[in-house]
Design a binder for this molecule. Structure first.
Ligand code: LLP
Length: 416
């Protein structure tokens, strides 16, 4: 079970020691609100589970790239998993250590590769032969060396939503075991490349241990084979992907995950790298939203709120479930509603068939949106991206201001 961010004291909801209404009174809704304590607890708990082993937790920046959050993790020793030059620059802006960065992704641009080489990142997780050559040529041109790991696609079914499964043969990610061996052989001959590690990431929101165990074992077999042909591997990056409980799922907790990973990797001498995102931050964030209208229909009743699919894509994109809680007191009768936003699309919903007692102006919280919430938001319908607030004990701080109209049209121009 993950920690619950909202605490009910009397009839009022708190995050840490802050009354949630105080936040919504000070800053507009919609807004994302995070608990510093929950983020740190998640991170330190993860770290603690592996304390006897050489390891590095590289937070998946894409899950929540706010620089205040990256800074918080960096200050506690975290590394970062990035997928773009933009994410690299965020880590630098957050005072993260480039030597603790792993760079993943199937389509790394030359520009991004060069930037990463200049900052001497820990490793590139290479996903194809042309990418390996691109990295090598870039390093040569810059008169530097680049460290690489090959991302192996272990063909393991992570049993998650098809859009976020990445470790199956038919997915675009990584290379199969046979190709991985030939890539290592090629890499060994490239004079500006240093072989550093082996990598995999099989998918996200994984709720069973078996897919993790199967893929680590496959990688280990490969490491042993590579050793036999005189290619030595320093680290094994086992990716992210640990699921959290949104509804009734029963994902393994970090200690169960750690136990099985350690069982396989203890004594191998390999440093372990992790790329978790969701499990560190998912449950640490909520989206606050205010009810605009209650719209009762003959077929369905709707609660129209001021947040929409542009603020939180997960329900529209993956039919993802997020709990929705009414933080205001409402005397009205409980009814079944769809919670929808103001965007002109039927797919603009945040929750379906939720039984709530609710009325206009009530403050609602959409839970477990710390990961892939704000990071996937957009300006669709010319809606501003919202503010983000971090609660720390009895204080709260704005860590991102809501877009202004000027932000929204920044860079656009009229024809001359
Ligand atoms: N490493 C790599 C190479 C990844 O592609 C990802 C996520 C992670 C690590 C972190 O995975 P996590 O520990 O957060 O599961 N937008 C989707 C999730 C997409 C995940 C993409 N890759 C969602 O909202 O569920």
């Amino acid at each position: 079970m993950t920690a619950s961010i909202l605490k009910l004291k009397g009839k009022k909801f708190y995050i840490e020691n802050v009354l949630v209404e105080d936040i919504s009174n000070k800053f507009d809704t919609p807004s994302y609100v995070y608990s510093k304590k929950i983020i740190l607890d998640n991170y330190l708990n993860f770290q603690n589970q592996f304390k006897e082993m050489d390891h590095l937790i590289c937070f998946a920046v894409k899950s929540n790239p706010n620089i205040a959050i990256l800074n918080l993790l960096a200050k506690n020793g975290a590394g970062f998993d990035i997928v773009s030059g933009g994410e690299l620059q965020r880590v630098l802006a957050a005072k993260g250590d480039p030597k603790k960065i792993v760079f993943s992704g199937v389509g790394k641009s030359l520009e991004d590769i060069e930037l990463a080489i200049k900052y001497d990142i820990l490793t590139f997780n290479v996903e194809s032969e042309p990418e390996l050559h691109r990295i090598h040529n870039a390093a040569k041109k810059l008169k530097k060396r680049a460290r690489i790991s090959i991302r192996v696609n272990p063909d393991v079914d992570p049993k998650t939503h098809p859009y976020i499964s990445t470790g199956l043969k038919e997915n675009k990610f990584g290379v199969d075991e046979k190709n991985a061996i030939s890539l290592y052989k090629i890499a060994k001959k490239l004079d500006s490349i240093d072989i550093q590690g082996i990598d995999c990431h099989i998918g996200s929101q994984i709720t069973e241990l078996k897919p993790f165990k199967d893929s680590i074992k496959k990688l280990l077999t490969l490491v042993n084979y590579l050793k036999s042909i005189d290619i030595s591997i320093e680290h094994i990056d086992i990716g992210g992907g640990i699921g959290i409980q949104y509804d009734k799922e029963k994902p393994p907790n970090i200690s169960e995950y750690a136990k099985s990973v350690k069982k396989i990797l203890k004594g191998t001498g390999l440093k372990i790298i992790f790329e978790p995102g969701r499990v560190l931050i998912g449950n640490a964030g909520i989206l606050l939203t205010t009810v605009e209208f209650i719209k009762n229909g003959t077929e369905k009743n709707f609660v129209v709120v001021d947040a929409a699919m542009n603020d939180l894509m997960r329900p529209s994109l993956y039919s993802a479930f997020h709990k929705i809680v009414n933080l205001s007191e409402s005397p009205s009768r409980r009814k079944k509603y769809d919670i929808v936003g103001p965007i002109c699309e039927t797919g603009d919903f945040l929750g379906k068939n939720r039984t709530l007692s609710v009325e206009e102006k009530n403050l609602l919280a959409i839970l477990d949106v710390g990961a892939y919430g704000m990071s996937m938001s957009s300006n669709y319908n010319t809606r501003p991206k919202v503010s983000e607030i971090l609660v720390d004990k009895d204080k709260f701080f704005i860590i991102r201001k809501k877009d202004t109209f000027a932000d929204l049209i920044n860079g656009e121009q009229l024809l001359p």
